[in-house]
Write a protein that binds this ligand. Structure first.
Ligand SMILES: NC(=O)c1ccc[n+]([C@@H]2O[C@H](COP(=O)([O-])OP(=O)(O)OC[C@H]3O[C@@H](n4cnc5c(N)ncnc54)[C@H](O)[C@@H]3O)[C@@H](O)[C@H]2O)c1
Ligand SMILES: [Zn+2]
Ligand SMILES: [Zn+2]
Length: 336
């Protein structure tokens, strides 16, 4: 089968590889869509920490089931949860497979879905429930946002500030809105803020480079400040700033990730009696929430797809998706 391999940073090659076989407990997927995510872009750039090459990228997948799996129909449209977990560690035993101590993310720690077929653990499969392949390939990135919103425990009427309006931040905004929040988007990229306003009906957008961000937040929240701040930038500067935007009694959730150490004023944090949380991956509950929201028409996932290419053109097009000037939000790869 045809497989696209990231040989080393900056270099892809199509290779013919043997068809995977679905062993006991595995399911064979015939891949139909591959969503391209920041992780794939960083792996290609060579900026993804702890990344080993060569590697087959791709974890935002939709396909047809090509082997017998109890409870599923052969040929059924499915997606899957690409975080393979050990099942026995403290996190797994506590119902938190999303932060398993032995986490194996498909397409990151092991070879992913940039090929015609992929064998995955049967336990990771998710029924397609009538969604299209495009929609199914978008469930995983949106589930990251749904998980962050669930971590924050967003309640109706709250002001939720989402910092970073990339694909992950946009998903957070959608699920914060679905939870009944007033959403405020903060980014340095005007094009992305315009996308929030025009395509996602986010009422409040603020450019993080404005001199009066604090005043704007105060005005929007009637002096209270946001009770939830969620970072989706992965920028150390943005994350450190985020502490200042939090209401007293508020929750700060880090969905974005960076390599450095955080620093913030302890007295400022203390006087707020603030709560700081990280949010890693997503669980089946989040995947099901995303699918139900898509089916109910509460999210229009295909809004995110700005670029679309056949599998054979990924090698030549991939580098262009690193350039923000292309306006890329989500590139979608198609296999027929
Ligand atoms: N929690 C998880 O399991 C998980 C999963 C996937 C991705 N992530 C992380 O989520 C983050 C976002 O991913 P993405 O693919 O949307 O990234 P992205 O790079 O497409 O988006 C980040 C956005 O942040 C904005 N930004 C950068 N600096 C800023 C600043 N100082 N103030 C305001 N905005 C700023 C950028 O303009 C951009 O729009 C990354 O850190 C990624 O590693 C986390
Ligand atoms: Zn992803
Ligand atoms: Zn585990």
């Amino acid at each position: 089968m045809n497989t696209l391999v990231c040989i080393e940073p900056g270099q892809f090659a199509y290779e013919t590889r043997p068809m995977p076989v679905a062993e006991e407990g595995q399911a064979l997927l015939r891949i139909r869509r591959i969503g391209i995510c920041g992780t794939d872009l960083h792996a290609y750039e060579g900026t993804q920490p702890f990344f080993a090459y060569p590697r087959v990228l791709g974890h935002e997948l939709a396909g047809e089931l090509a082997s017998d799996v109890p409870g599923f129909e052969l040929g059924e449209a499915v997606t899957f949860i690409p975080y393979f977990n050990c099942g026995v560690c403290i996190a797994c035993r506590s119902g938190l497979p999303n932060c398993c101590t032995q986490m194996n993310v498909c397409g990151v720690h092991s070879d992913g879905g940039m090929g015609e077929y992929l064998s995955v653990p049967a336990y990771s499969l998710v029924h397609g429930q009538g969604l299209s392949f495009d929609e199914l390939a978008l469930v995983e990135p949106l589930a990251i946002g749904a998980h962050g919103v669930r971590r924050a425990g967003v309640k109706p009427g709250e002001y939720v500030l989402v910092v970073g309006a990339g694909p992950i931040g946009l998903g957070i905004m959608e699920f914060a809105r679905i939870a009944g929040a007033h959403v405020i988007a903060l980014d340095i990229n005007e094009q992305r803020l315009a996308f929030c306003k025009n395509r996602l009906q986010v009422a409040h957008t603020i450019n993080a480079q404005a001199p009066d961000v604090l005043d704007q937040l105060r005005r929007i929240t009637n002096g209270d400040m946001p009770t939830v701040v969620i970072d989706a930038t992965g920028s150390l500067k943005a994350i450190n700033n985020g502490f200042n935007y939090l209401a007293h009694g508020g929750r700060y959730v880090l969905v974005g990730l960076q390599k450095g150490e955080l620093s913030f004023s302890h007295p400022e944090f203390h006087k707020r009696e603030a709560t700081l949380m990280s949010s890693r991956n997503a669980t089946r509950e989040d995947f099901e929430h995303v699918i139900a929201s898509m089916k109910a028409g509460l999210v229009q996932p295909t809004t995110y797809i700005t670029h679309r290419v056949p599998f054979g053109e990924v090698q030549q097009e991939f580098a262009s998706w690193l350039n923000p000037a292309t306006g890329v939000i989500k590139a979608m790869v198609e296999l027929t």
